[in-house]
Design a binder for this molecule. Structure first.
Ligand code: AMP
Length: 306
């Protein structure tokens, strides 16, 4: 049976510069990208805050895709704004400015109808807010979280407290190294596993993603795209595809979690083809199925050794 997925995350206005162009005050944020991606798989319950300057009518595109916005609060003040730049290495975002705005006084209030969510994702925001959300939900079957360098530097103790309370974490290779102070990713994954989560997903941008459990590892490549316009949101769209697919299928077996990792890669591969959430709003179930099949062709080989 398909379940909704509850997500808390930033609902932002992003200004992004890439070698191919720029966008100013575009729809962004971890909660926004996650929701747009997961909405292709299941219903989404979004929790976040926007300021009085937010073009809320633009969020209606999410509502029309089955994202319940009852948990998106509108507060007096400026919206969260992120300004970033990518140079020729499209795997690394350079943060030029982070303005927390209304996020600095935000206390998430999970609407009563969201509290029994079976699948919960704590998108990249202040770990104190991620912990706050966990205190308000009743026994989810799977809690995943994400984070980034900004929070690893400024909120390490809270992040370590959060790790003890989640089942799964997604982070990129640089974040894994920064969090664990281990240069080797296998050792970094072991360090994280020893601090709480039973599943650790380490994403390596255009080089794919690893899923680590205590006794096994799975690897999925990234789709070899010829044109990447804007990598912003790839991580959150990966998480949306991964969690959305798990909530849709309600199956946490190893085989299904592997499929979910590939679904994460599929969704990440779409979002980077355009600025902001544009591509996530255009693609169809057929596009997703076709790219899933492409992934299968990409990694299938005959392991018989002559
Ligand atoms: P990613 O999926 O990793 O590319 O995440 C991109 C999104 O993260 C952007 O849309 C930003 O608005 C958002 N973001 C950047 N910095 C932060 C932060 N410190 N807290 C929450 N969200 C952020």
């Amino acid at each position: 049976m398909s379940h909704p997925v509850l997500v808390v995350g930033s609902v932002a206005l992003d200004s992004v510069e890439t070698p191919f162009g720029r966008a100013d005050d575009a729809l962004g944020g971890s909660g926004t990208y996650f929701s747009a991606s997961a909405s292709h798989h299941t219903r989404v319950q979004l929790v976040g805050v926007v300021g009085s300057d937010y073009p809320v009518d633009q969020l209606q595109v999410l509502a029309s895709r089955g994202v319940d916005l009852a948990g998106v609060e509108r507060a007096e003040g400026e919206s969260f704004r992120w300004r970033g730049r990518y140079r020729h290495d499209l795997n690394t975002a350079e943060t030029l400015e982070t303005r927390l705005g209304v996020f600095s006084h935000f206390r998430p209030k999970i609407p009563a109808q969201f509290r029994r969510a079976k699948y919960v994702f704590l998108g990249n925001i202040d770990p104190r807010l991620q912990l706050d959300v966990l205190d308000q939900v009743e026994k989810p079957a799977l809690v995943g979280c994400d984070t980034m360098n900004f929070w690893i530097e400024s909120r390490r103790p809270d992040l370590l407290a959060l790790l003890k309370r989640v089942d799964l974490i997604t982070l990129n290779d640089a974040e894994a190294r920064q969090l664990t102070e281990e240069a080797n990713l296998v050792k970094a994954a072991r360090w994280i596993l020893a601090h709480g989560p039973r599943t650790v997903i380490i994403k390596k941008g255009e080089h794919g993603a690893f899923m680590f459990h205590a006794d096994r590892v799975f690897f999925a490549p990234a789709y070899p795209l010829e044109s990447v316009f804007d990598p912003t949101g790839a991580g959150d769209s990966f998480a949306g595809g991964f969690m959305g697919y798990l909530a849709q299928t309600d199956d946490l077996s190893e085989a299904n979690m592997r499929r979910a990792v590939v679904m994460g890669s599929v969704m990440g591969s779409f979002v980077v083809e355009g600025f902001s959430v544009k591509r996530l709003l255009e693609i169809t179930p057929n596009d997703i199925a076709a790219r899933m099949a492409e992934f299968h062709r990409l990694v299938t080989f005959d392991a018989t050794v002559a």
